[in-house]
Design a protein. Structure first.
Length: 206
């Protein structure tokens, strides 16, 4: 019985931890454009776009060439995995290349736009071919693809006249302090249940 109680609490801890991790991405997040990286090509700013995601600023790559946003504009977005979508996976390679090789950022951004829109000057470049080759040769490399996620805007939630773009960014992780607090509390409760279930070792001398 004591083992049942202990493992019940331990199982509850695992389930709630998983639920807390999933919950971090279940609801729409608030995005706000707070700045750009300063580089431009063909009259457009390119990666990185500094976007506040629920108050934390992240460098994101824009994937919507034909939309526009203004500095300070905010909107709601849903988070989506890129796993299994070839174009999204190719865009992830381009984002990774822009991070690893900042000198390629302009061409990486143009290539990313070229994946989803026609007529983007400069999109047919070495980065685009390299991205396509990587995805072709690594179709199931989720250890790479899981590092990235899409932010899909919700129509009608923007704070000004611009039409928000799809953005790609590195996968956020659940707040460590929250999970640590949850885990500590549940493990403490498990210890109390386990100790109370142990039979007393006290004997009386007659």
């Amino acid at each position: 019985m004591k083992k049942l109680g202990f493992f019940t609490i331990l199982s509850l801890f695992c389930l709630l931890t998983i639920a807390a991790t999933g919950r971090a991405y279940a609801d729409p997040v608030t995005l706000q454009l707070v700045g750009t990286g300063g580089q431009s090509a063909n009259g457009y700013y390119v990666y990185p776009y500094d976007v506040s995601v629920n108050g934390t600023v992240n460098p994101l790559m824009c994937l919507s060439y034909n939309n526009e946003i203004t500095n300070g504009e905010s909107w709601q977005a849903n988070i989506q995995s890129i796993v299994g979508n070839t174009l999204d996976e190719e865009a992830a390679w381009l984002l990774n290349d822009a991070n690893v090789n900042p000198g390629n950022a302009i061409n990486d951004q143009l290539a990313a736009w070229g994946l989803f829109a026609s007529g983007v000057t400069g999109s047919n470049n070495a980065q685009l071919l390299a991205a396509q080759n990587f995805v072709t040769n690594n179709p199931n490399d989720n250890s790479f693809y899981n590092q990235f996620q899409l932010y899909i805007p919700e129509a009608g939630t923007q704070s000004s006249g611009g039409t928000p773009q799809d953005f790609l960014g590195e996968t956020a992780t659940p707040e460590p302090s929250s999970l640590l607090l949850l885990g500590t509390g549940l493990l403490g409760l498990a210890l109390v249940v386990f100790r109370k279930s142990k039979p007393s070792r006290l004997t009386l001398n007659m």
